[in-house]
Unconditional design. Structure first.
Length: 170
C-alpha cells in the first residue's frame, strides 16, 4: 500500500486489496484505518496492548469487566496493526465475543446475566464495605445503575436475535 509516497510493507501491512483511505492511511482487514505514521501506529499499538493486559486481568478479577477492554483493543489494533488485530480476533473466546460485537449480534443471555450480576456485586461490595462517605457511594450506585440499564436494555440479547432470524427465514 502507498501512503504519503511510502510503501507500508512488513508484518503489520494491511491485507492485500485494502484501499487507501486518505493521505497516510490504509484500511485494515477489520475495515478501520491503519495510520501511515509510525509514531501514531506505535501509540495505537501500546494502547491496544495495555487494553489487552487490563482485559486479561478482568478475566480473573471478579467485578472488573474484560470484554469491553478486548473490544477497545481490537479497535486500537485496527488502527495500527492488522497482524495484532488478527491475533486478537483469532483468540478462542475473546475473538468470538469481539467478532459478535462488531457484527452487531449482541451478548448471549448468560453473558448478560453474568455482567449484570458482577456489576451489582461489585457495587454492593464497594458501597457496603469499602466506601464510607455518602457522595462517593451515590456516584458508584449511579454508575452501576447506568451500567445495568445499558447492558439490560441497549445491548441486544443474542438468543432473541437468533430466534428472530430463524422466524424470518421460515
Amino acid at each position: 500500500m502507498v501512503g504519503r509516497g511510502r510503501s507500508v510493507d512488513g508484518p503489520d501491512a494491511p491485507a492485500p486489496g485494502s484501499e487507501v483511505s486518505g493521505p497516510g492511511f490504509a484500511a485494515s482487514a477489520g475495515g478501520s484505518v491503519i495510520s501511515g505514521s509510525p509514531l501514531v501506529r506505535g501509540i495505537w499499538i501500546v494502547v491496544g496492548l495495555l487494553l489487552v493486559a487490563i482485559g486479561g486481568v478482568g478475566i480473573v478479577v471478579p467485578g472488573l469487566p474484560s470484554t469491553i477492554f478486548f473490544i477497545l483493543a481490537a479497535g486500537a489494533f485496527s488502527r495500527s496493526s492488522a497482524r495484532l488485530e488478527g491475533w486478537l480476533l483469532s483468540l478462542p473466546v475473546v475473538g468470538r465475543m469481539v467478532g459478535d460485537y462488531r457484527a452487531g449480534l449482541g451478548m448471549r443471555r448468560r453473558a448478560k446475566i453474568m455482567a449484570v450480576s458482577m456489576i451489582v456485586i461489585a457495587v454492593g461490595i464497594s458501597t457496603g464495605l469499602a466506601i464510607k462517605s455518602w457522595t462517593p457511594r451515590a456516584i458508584v450506585v449511579a454508575a452501576g445503575a447506568v451500567g445495568v440499564a445499558y447492558v439490560s436494555w441497549r445491548v441486544p440479547t443474542r438468543e432473541v436475535l437468533d430466534r428472530a432470524a430463524a422466524e424470518g427465514a421460515a
